[in-house]
Design a protein around this ligand. Structure first.
Ligand code: B4P
Length: 186
């Protein structure tokens, strides 16, 4: 599941994972859990995330590899917020190839910047997330997405797995659009 911050990746991934018996892997959730637990890793990543920057590639690649190896009895995985750089995409592809798995679909939620900012401001009222509270950090996250994460879309296009989905509308309508893409491959 791919898209800018606030595009609905987390929202949609949770219900898609339930419907298709997939393990939902959100690197953002994993990192926030490290911060909440007060681990050394969490302490090191906290300021980076609060500024709306990306944490180092090797940190998230290691987290994902451990989860993949520890998982049994699922039909597959839904990656939410990963990969976020071309380096992470390359690491994911070789990680999966070494385990006789592959990326079946890259679903890109398309949402305009105004709507993204609006959603994150609303979420700030309930989430307590430092990176949602400050408009300058929201803008930085969108800029980081355009500079470092958007190039992954081209990577997915070349691999023939990328599909854009309109991410504006009701959560249920967008869910149905995503399901129709997934059902083409199962
Ligand atoms: P994430 O946790 O991935 O946060 P996000 O980009 O804001 O996406 P999220 O999934 O939370 O939002 P969603 O679109 O579902 O990352 C946080 C930080 O962790 C990053 O900035 C970075 O520092 C670090 N990080 C994570 N992964 C990394 C990686 N791979 N490499 C390096 N660093 C990494 O939802 C947004 C809001 O919109 C919600 O409130 C929702 O209710 C609402 N919404 C959803 N759909 C809607 C709809 N259709 N209409 C109206 N509102 C909607």
């Amino acid at each position: 599941m791919f898209g800018p911050p606030g595009s609905g990746k987390g929202t949609q991934s949770v219900t898609l994972a339930q419907k298709y018996n997939l393990l939902h892997l959100s690197t953002g959730d994993m990192l926030r859990a490290e911060i909440a637990a007060g681990s050394d890793l969490g302490k090191r990543m906290s300021a980076i995330m609060a500024a709306g920057e990306l944490v180092p590639d090797d940190v998230v690649i290691d987290m994902i590899a451990h989860k993949i190896d520890a998982t049994r009895e699922k039909a597959g995985f839904i990656f939410d917020g990963f990969p976020r750089t071309v380096e992470q995409a390359e690491a994911l592809q070789s990680m999966l190839a070494g385990r006789e798995m592959k990326i079946d679909r890259m679903l890109v939620l398309e949402v305009n910047d105004e709507e993204l900012t609006d959603r994150m401001k609303k979420r700030a009222l309930i989430s307590g997330r430092a990176d949602d509270a400050d408009p300058a950090v929201i803008n930085n996250r969108i800029e980081v997405y355009r500079a470092k994460t958007e190039p992954v879309i081209e990577y997915g296009r070349k691999a023939g797995v990328c599909h854009e989905v309109d991410g504006v509308g009701s959560v249920e309508d967008i869910f149905q659009r995503l399901c129709s893409q997934i059902e083409r491959i199962i």
